[in-house]
Every structure is written in structure tokens, then in C-alpha cells.
Design a protein around this ligand. Structure first.
Ligand code: NAD
Length: 416
């Protein structure tokens, strides 16, 4: 049978497996399988050449039983409503496993930001916010950046929202520039959180991180910071990195400052002097201690999972592993740090950003990282302990922890 790569079908299949282990009430299971609310809209944008292009936008509020929906907005040519639904579901489990008082949501626009000018992107971002302004807010739904969106885009969206409401309400969106109420430590937070979970997994595997080898797929926010912090804070030897154009490898390790400089100049990581070009597929199958998929969905599948040689797979990307690949990796004894645990650092610090915005009192980066460490390390051990107690793999264990918490909030509210 052909592997189903629809991300929402995968998210539902993962929930189904957890529901079975939990013996979840069928009515609750049916409720948690679907998004509570979704918005589909068109965004007409005046292009620089005077024409108007109509873009398709989505916002999904998957579940807000534990608090306002929370989740990023992705600008991508391959965006689909099912990708947004899956990401919104994973956000629900992510905020729950991290035990922060938020629900799950996600947004997206089908567009190619690489082909748009800054002015066009600004008009698109403001148009997106005009469509959802009525449905978001600090008590309803709080967006953030995701693939191809960044603090600058968050600033435009915040300004549009505040122009519509006539109030200053920085907590309505996170991942903002520091000058507009962003949190210290937010930009590297996802990678930092992932590295804290890698540290804990390494202890369980008896692996010394200092000098351990790693390969990182994706060299955007998450991948590049995983390289910088992995190398500088944890002594990890990163031997391969990649982006959508391909990867590079050096058995002696890649210096992050050199790669970043090369990427800044050329827009890609390939052809960096002193390295060997490799493909993305080759990167995933390298003999390394830690493999970090940090780009997009469905990278580890039934086609290549057997060839993965890493001891730890740390899923900084959302949905990089299909259920079939999951089974193969688990059978091989590879320790998977599942996506919605591994990459929860971003939303944890987004939550800290909302807290700071509420008080208008700001913390320094070391306090942010200390608190992130405590939160995500607690989550890691809750999941690990669940996997031991129930004798299930780490992804199912993460679902058990998260689904239990969401289901309890739904029950207490009397929805199901
Ligand atoms: P980004 O846009 O900054 O970077 C994405 C990177 O992936 C780029 O280097 C791009 O070239 C690369 N890429 C795209 N397609 C690829 C392909 N087919 N093969 C290899 N590389 C490819 O995005 P990001 O914020 O770094 O997000 C990366 C992943 O992490 C996504 O799955 C995202 O949902 C997840 N994530 C991000 C955050 C965050 O705070 N930024 C938080 C949680 C999860």
C-alpha cells in the first residue's frame, strides 16, 4: 500500500494510536480528531506592477480548551489546508505536553515569498491580519512566525491589528522584534529548546555531547541556530547541514560562522569552500550520533528510514517522520525526540513573550533560557516516564501526556 503523506491524515493516525492505548472515550476521540474552527479567505494584494493578485489564506483554531489557540503563520507555495490543520493539531499537543496554558492553532498563505518584494509582502501580511483580526486576540488566538515569516512580518501584522482595534496590545502576536515587545531569546528558542531535549536524550543513551556528531537538515531559523548553539554551547560536532538546494559535509566538522557567512553571501549552503556537496537524501543517512530534521514534513519515510544510522533523531521540524518510518526507526532502537516535544521551545518562549507583554516587564536572555530549560526538560521527562510506564515509543508517549491533558480540560468544560 502506498504511504499516505497527507500531514493531517498522519496527525489523525497518530492520535488514533494514542487514543487506543489510552482507551479514550470514543466521543472525546471523535471531537479531538477535528479542528474546532477554521477560516478560509482570499487576500487581494496590489502588486508592484499595478496588477492585483488574489492569495488564499487559512487560519485554523484546532482546540482552545486549555487556553487561547496558539500557532504560527506559514507563507509557502505548497501550503494546503490539510498542512495547516495538521500543524494546528500538533500545536494543540505541543502546548499541552509543555504544560503551558494555551491551545493550538496555525495559519498559512499559499504564496511564494521568494518571488515577492518587501512592499508586496507587507501588503499581503496586513491583508492576512485584516481577515483574521476579529477572530484573534490575547484571549482568543495568538499567531506567531513559521516557515518564511519572521519578526518583520509579525510587526506589520501587529500594527495592522492595533490600527483596527485602536489599542496597543503587543501580546496578540509573538515572535515580534524586541523594540515592539518581543522576548529576548525568542529567535533561537526553538533550537535551544531542542538542544535541551537532545542533552537529556544523550544522557539516557550514555552519549557525551561534547564531540558527538550531528547532521542538520534545513538551515533557516531552526537549523542554523541548532548549528550555532549546538557547536558553541554544547560542543557538538556538526558534520553536515543542508537547505532546499542541497547539503554540505565535512567529517572534521563544519564551523557555523564560516557556513553562515557563505550562506549570507550566496543564499545557499552548497559550494562552501572546504566542504563536499551532498544531497538531502545522503545527509539523512549519514553515520552520525544525532540527526536533526529541521526543514519540512515527510523527510523520513518507509523509503529511507532503514538507512538512518543516527542514535538520536531530534525532530526540530514539524512532521518530518511518517508513521511507517516511525516504526522502522523504533525497531532499530533509535531514540526519537518527537516533533511537538523537541521543537516546543519556540512556543514556550512565545508564551513567555505573552506573559512579559501582559506585565510590560521584560526578562533578560539568561532568565528566558533558564525558564525554557526547566519547562522543556520537565516535559521531556514526563514523556520519557510515560514511555517507560506504558511501554510505548516516545511519540505515542508524548501523545498520551498531551491528549490526557487536553481531554481533561474538554471534560472539565463539559464539552464532551
Ligand atoms: P525557515 O523558513 O527559517 O527555514 C526552513 C529551511 O528549510 C530553509 O533553510 C530551507 O531552505 C529549508 N528547506 C525547505 N525545503 C527543504 C527541502 N525540501 N529539503 C531540505 N531543506 C529544505 O523555517 P524554520 O522556522 O527554520 O522552520 C523549520 C521547521 O521547524 C518547520 O517544520 C517549522 O514548522 C518548524 N518549527 C519552527 C519553529 C520556529 O520557531 N521557527 C518552531 C517550531 C517548529
Amino acid at each position: 500500500m502506498k504511504e499516505n503523506l497527507n500531514p493531517f491524515a498522519i496527525a489523525q493516525a497518530q492520535l488514533d494510536e494514542a487514543a487506543e492505548v489510552l482507551q479514550l472515550d470514543p466521543d472525546m476521540h471523535a471531537f479531538l480528531r477535528e479542528p474546532m474552527r477554521e477560516f478560509h479567505f482570499t487576500i487581494p494584494v496590489r502588486m508592484d506592477d499595478g496588477t492585483t493578485r488574489t492569495f488564499q489564506g487559512f487560519r485554523v483554531q484546532y482546540n482552545d480548551a486549555r487556553g487561547p489557540a496558539k500557532g504560527g503563520i506559514r507563507f509557502h507555495p505548497d501550503e494546503t489546508i490539510d498542512t495547516v490543520r495538521a500543524l494546528a493539531a500538533w500545536m494543540t499537543w505541543k502546548t499541552a505536553v509543555s504544560d503551558i496554558p494555551l491551545g493550538g492553532g496555525k495559519g498559512g498563505v499559499i504564496c511564494n515569498p521568494r518571488e515577492m518584494s518587501q512592499d508586496e509582502l507587507e501588503r499581503l501580511s496586513r491583508g492576512y491580519m485584516r481577515n483574521i483580526a476579529r477572530y484573534v486576540g490575547i484571549t482568543q488566538d495568538v499567531p506567531a512566525p513559521d516557515v518564511h515569516t519572521n519578526p518583520r512580518i509579525m510587526a506589520w501584522m501587529l500594527d495592522e491589528y492595533e490600527t483596527i482595534t485602536g489599542k496597543r496590545e503587543p501580546g496578540v502576536i509573538t515572535g515580534k522584534p524586541l523594540e515592539l515587545g518581543g522576548s529576548a531569546g525568542r529567535t533561537p528558542a526553538t533550537a535551544m529548546g531542542g538542544l535541551f531535549t537532545i542533552r537529556e536524550a544523550a544522557k539516557l543513551k550514555g552519549l557525551d555531547l561534547n564531540g558527538a556528531t550531528a547532521a542538520i537538515q534545513g538551515y533557516g531559523n531552526v537549523g542554523s541556530y541548532a548549528h550555532i548553539l549546538g557547536q558553541k554551547e554544547f560542543g557538538i560536532k556538526v558534520v553536515a547541514v543542508s537547505d532546499e538546494f542541497g547539503g554540505i559535509y565535512n567529517t572534521n566538522g563544519l564551523d557555523c560562522d564560516v557556513i553562515l557567512d557563505h550562506q549570507r553571501k550566496t543564499g545557499k549552503v552548497i559550494n562552501c569552500p572546504g566542504t563536499e556537496n551532498i544531497t538531502n537524501s545522503e545527509l539523512l543517512e549519514l553515520e552520525v550520533d544525532i540527526l536533526i530534521p529541521g526543514a519540512i514534513e515527510n523527510q523520513l519515510t518507509s523509503q529511507n528510514a532503514n538507512n538512518v544510522k543516527a542514535k538520536i533523531v531530534a525532530e526540530l521540524a514539524n512532521g518530518p517522520t511518517t508513521p511507517e518510518a516511525d516504526n522502522i526507526l523504533n525497531d532499530k532502537g533509535i531514540y526519537i525526540i518527537p516533533d511537538f516535544l523537541c521543537n516546543a521551545g519556540g512556543v514556550i518562549v512565545s508564551y513567555f513573550e505573552m506573559v512579559q507583554n501582559g506585565y510590560q516587564y521584560y526578562w533578560d536572555e539568561s532568565m528566558v533560557h533558564d525558564r525554557l530549560d526547566r519547562k522543556i526538560t520537565t516535559a521531556f521527562h514526563a514523556v520519557h516516564q510515560m514511555s517507560q510506564t506504558k511501554n510505548v515509543d516516545t511519540r505515542v508517549a508524548a501523545y498520551l501526556v498531551a491528549v490526557n491533558r487536553v481531554a481533561e480540560a474538554v471534560r472539565l468544560r463539559g464539552w464532551v
